[in-house]
Design a protein around this ligand. Structure first.
Ligand code: CU
Length: 508
């Protein structure tokens, strides 16, 4: 029997049956001891676990028995980030989680077709945290609502949780490639080729935006202690019941992307299809309500029909790109009009320029100058001057923030390029390259961690901005101004640094 995951804001009330049953299922999982594989916090530990942070936040007591080392080794610290496994790993995680909740629901006399709802913060009027998650009480007014957690601070760190739409985007959906390149160009919709990657360094487009940004917007950080909200850190995110509704939306976007006519297909490379186990890495494995383990590969995760579920709405939620002829009529450059057709991208990646020194991001932000190599810059300019129908695809241009390190995951910044001297960034949305959030930065900066503290890399597509600079003759310059503007002021203790700001071209 196929089940349908529904929009949480359209269930017919704040405490519609689907939500009420979710709360009862969560409550049942929360009653179990941490060491039981179907316990609530055990499921959080599958995503990520850090005993120090769990203790600080009150989710682990020092006397508590941890899961057996066999169960920790098999199930815990599994989430795949900064990787082409990001989407399929989380799809299997949600399926198993949903099966556990459904088993509780059925035990309590609820519907056997219960399905996890999703939160589509992009839809009109749906940017607020669904009310059942914001209330400390059950609908009958009794306290201890299991969907409520206190460590959810929101975009202003005041406990009001909503998604400001100027900080999120669905641009990832127009990336035609699932997987991209790890060397400064397009990372693809779904991420770059990695092995088992529990905290990778380069994010795919949909993981970066909206996934990471929504995580830290919901989680925020405690204004008094600066500790992250649960959703702001991958080692605690899976303990927050809203996590699963956010990820159901990301999972839905994968299916929306697949149905997009300009999208390529999911990878066919065996290292993707068979997962990290193909090269000797860990098996993706989830504990099921009957005591068995559900082992899966990315290849098992591509067909919703076979997996037995769908979504009530798979419409794109963004306008399709303008056809080239109409884009030209609207005054777009020829290069932009051609890019609108979203042909597969050339795989040649070349450095156009970089800034000179690492940057510390604090307070209200910082500016730096990216020195451009004149030869490569001219190549970019020439590719933008396309003419005729047989012309090659114009170059794409990417801004990279490399080796971003620090301690505060709930940090996000807006990145602007080519701003005029003395301009106020907020007055120039046309120069905004994008918003990035540092979900995972603490782990990625740990010298003992998976990548030796190399930090995170962010890749922003700036093709259209470069194109319009070129049209205004403003690209004919030796350096390009880049401004990094924190969304909220960054305290010095956060120790946020950017190793290098670079610009790459990608094309023929
Ligand atoms: Cu996530």
């Amino acid at each position: 029997m196929a089940v349908t995951r529904q929009n949480v804001w359209e269930l017919g009330g704040d405490w519609a049956d689907t939500i009420l049953w979710y709360a009862r299922g969560v409550a049942a999982m929360k009653l179990r001891a941490l060491a039981e594989p179907t316990a609530w916090r055990f499921y959080g530990g599958i995503h990520g676990f850090d005993p120090g942070i769990w203790r600080q936040l009150g989710y682990l007591s020092s006397s508590e028995k941890l899961p057996t080392s066999a169960n920790q080794g098999r199930f815990w610290k599994q989430c795949q980030h900064g990787s082409w496994y990001f989407l399929p790993w989380h799809r299997g995680y949600l399926l198993a989680f949903e099966a556990n909740i459904r088993a509780e629901v059925v035990k309590l006399g609820g519907p056997s077709d219960w399905a996890l709802p999703y939160w589509n913060y992009f839809k009109d009027g749906q940017a607020n945290l669904p009310p059942a998650f914001a209330s400390q009480d059950w609908p009958d007014g009794k306290g201890n609502n299991p969907l409520f957690i206190p460590q959810r601070y929101g975009p202003n760190n005041d406990g009001n949780v909503f998604i400001p739409l100027d900080q999120v985007s669905l641009d990832a959906l127009s990336d035609p490639d699932f997987t991209g390149v790890a060397s400064g160009g397009d990372p693809g919709f779904g991420g770059v080729d990695t092995g088992f990657s529990h905290g990778g360094s380069t994010f795919g487009a949909v993981e970066s935006q909206p996934h990471n940004v929504v995580h830290v917007l919901v989680g925020g950080s405690d204004p008094n202690t600066q500790l992250p909200g649960l959703m702001s850190d991958p080692d605690t995110a899976g303990i927050d019941p809203i996590f699963y509704l956010h990820h159901a939306n990301i999972d839905r976007l994968w299916q929306v992307w697949r149905q997009n006519p300009t999208s390529d297909v999911d990878p066919t490379d065996l290292n993707w299809v068979k997962g990290p186990a193909n090269t000797g890495g860990r098996v993706f494995s989830m504990p099921m309500p009957d005591g068995t383990a559900f082992n899966y590969t990315p290849g098992d995760m591509v067909d919703l029909g076979k997996l037995g579920y769908t979504y009530d709405d798979l419409s794109p939620a963004i306008a399709a790109p303008e056809p080239a002829s109409r884009a030209l009529a609207l005054g777009a450059s020829r290069a932009a009009a051609m890019r609108g057709s979203e042909m597969p991208r050339g795989k040649n990646v070349e450095l156009v320029g970089a800034n000179e020194e690492p940057l510390q991001i604090k307070g209200g932000g910082i500016r730096t100058a990216v020195q451009l190599d004149s030869r490569v810059r001219r190549k970019v300019a020439a590719s933008l001057d396309v003419s005729g129908d047989e012309a090659p695809q114009p170059d794409r241009v990417y801004l990279n923030l490399e080796n971003v390190r620090g301690l505060a995951d709930a940090t996000s910044f807006k990145v602007y390029i080519g701003l005029p001297e003395n301009a106020k960034p907020a007055d120039h949305p046309e120069n905004l390259a994008g918003t990035v959030a540092l979900f995972g930065v603490r782990k990625a900066s740990d010298p003992e961690g998976e990548h030796g503290g190399q930090g995170l890399n962010f890749v922003l597509d700036i093709s259209n901005i470069v194109d319009s600079l070129h049209m205004r003759n403003a690209l004919n310059t030796d350096s390009l101004d880049v401004r990094i503007v924190p969304v909220k002021p960054v305290p010095d203790e956060a120790q946020i640094t950017v190793g290098r700001v670079s610009i790459f071209r990608q094309g023929k």
